[in-house]
Design a protein around this ligand. Structure first.
Ligand code: UDX
Length: 444
């Protein structure tokens, strides 16, 4: 049994730890947050991720998963140590590396034998070399180590499946032997392994996320044009997706991208370009379009409610940044909710799992027990996160309980004709609105 240490018990750390334990390795998860470690030791998960809790429990009971706040304990006899700490955005959008720095320093001080140090956090190009320098400088006495960059591509909500069935594994290192040893760890996953240098591996992560974000902003820009010209963007995307050079994924128009990765990574990549004297026009446009998508939903609500939302009751379905997660970081839905509240609306909201997190972030939100309770007496219903359960609501019941039958489908979940026939005033995103003429100059 190989011994692995994972530093950081956020999404990436917990999923990496649980999955490697499930593959038969012995994994010790280290976090400086005592509360989190206590929660984990009690068999509870600090985050919601389908399947994770069961997997962690199974492996803890089998003695393959351990939790501690001590680096010494975590590194004891470990062959590999994974850095999975957060890299939040700094003031100018640059990645803030304070947690990577402190993890590297503490590893250097605590290591008592040679180690392969694998960085999974998304870090600016050049961080792998910088990490190696820190470790070398901080070691009390020189000891062999190698740094390998192995960017994580997992998505929240399907993180375990993504880990177990990756499209590829990317490994960057100056030390080919270390990269080969990490490749062996990933061998049971049976996916292509790209071995390259550290900087290229780091760039692959940014370029992949920026490309996916660009696809989303692209289809969102098309959606605005569709809306003006009377076309339906969902059909446009379907028609485009059959072209194998394009493919069907990441072409859903809506509120734009949110979450802990895309907004931060696009900003960080643009910042890297800027600090090296470049002007990242496309990346800037991707971010601008993304911000506009959120604004236009609040604008549609205002327009449909006769020019003002002030004093009106609006129901919101979905608060998480996407379905199957309780994560509200950079949630497009919360941007819309805040805008409505600021304009004097009463917002009644429901989300299957993100309500607790949202109520901590947004004041003045009225939380409801289900979608029907949220819709009761509302003058407009906004669907902002594409949870499956919202696709199968009893829409006649919703219609009958609302004060006015206005429905804004921010994720294009419903059939516009069907809902219009039921008596709803329906607006989706990029779905041939016949009134046209909206949104020339952005939100006021
Ligand atoms: C993303 C990447 O997919 C993953 O590889 C990376 O390493 C971490 O960031 P995640 O943030 O969990 O994962 O979510 P993802 O499913 O990729 O969605 C990101 C955002 O884009 C969500 O807000 C989602 O609603 C939005 N999205 C996605 C769209 O608006 N349209 C689409 O077609 C797809």
């Amino acid at each position: 049994m190989r011994k692995l240490c994972v530093i950081g018990s956020g999404y990436v750390g917990l999923v990496t730890g649980a999955c490697f334990a499930d593959l038969g390795n012995s994994v010790t998860l280290v976090d400086i947050d005592e509360g989190k470690i206590e929660t984990l030791q009690q068999g509870k998960m600090p985050i919601y991720e389908p399947g994770l809790s069961e997997m962690a429990q199974r492996n803890t009971v089998a003695g393959r998963m351990h939790f501690t706040t001590s680096y010494l304990e975590g590194l004891d006899q470990a062959e590999f140590v994974f850095i999975c700490v957060g890299t939040p955005s700094g003031v100018d959008g640059e990645a803030d590396l304070q947690y990577v720095r402190s993890a590297a320093e503490t590893i250097a001080e605590a290591m008592t034998h040679p180690l392969v140090i694998i960085n999974k956090s998304t870090v600016p190009v050049g961080t792998g070399d910088w990490t190696a320098e820190i470790i070398q400088r901080k070691q009390p006495k020189p000891m062999d180590f190698a740094v390998v960059s192995c960017p994580e591509f997992l998505r929240e909500g399907s993180a375990i499946a993504d880990f177990m069935n990756p499209d590829r594994t990317v490994l960057g290192s100056t030390n080919p032997e270390a990269a080969d040893r990490v490749a062996e760890l990933y061998a049971p996953l049976d996916a292509p392994i790209v071995i390259t240098d550290i900087r290229t591996a780091e760039m692959i992560k940014y370029a992949s996320n920026a490309f996916l974000a660009t696809r989303i902003s692209f289809i969102n820009e098309i959606s605005i044009i569709c809306e003006r010209l009377g076309a339906d963007v969902t059909e446009v995307a379907r028609g485009m997706g059959f072209d194998y050079r394009i493919g069907p994924h990441f072409l859903q128009a809506g509120l734009g991208f949110g979450g802990s990765c895309f907004p931060k990574d696009v900003k960080a990549l643009a910042n890297m370009a800027q600090t090296h004297g470049m002007h990242p026009q496309l990346l800037n446009a991707v971010m601008e379009i993304n911000a506009f998508q959120r604004r236009q939903i609040a604008m549609k609500a205002r327009e449909m409610l006769d020019g003002t939302v002030n004093g009106k009751t609006i129901a919101v379905l979905g608060l998480a940044f996407k379905e199957n997660t309780d994560d509200i970081r950079e949630s497009p839905s919360l941007t819309v909710v805040r805008s409505l509240l600021n304009q004097g609306a009463l917002v009644k909201a429901y989300d299957p799992v993100a309500m607790e997190n949202a109520s901590r972030e947004v004041r003045g939100l009225t939380l409801c027990s289900d979608a029907y309770a949220a819709a009761q007496d509302a003058e407009a219903l906004l669907v902002l996160t594409p949870w499956n359960e919202f696709k199968h609501l009893d829409m006649s019941r919703i219609r009958d309980s609302m004060k006015r039958q206005i429905l804004i489908d921010g994720r294009n979940l419903y059939d516009p004709d069907e809902l219009r026939q039921m008596g709803f005033a329906y607006r989706g995103v990029g779905r041939g609105y016949d009134g046209a003429g909206l949104m020339a100059n952005g939100d006021q």
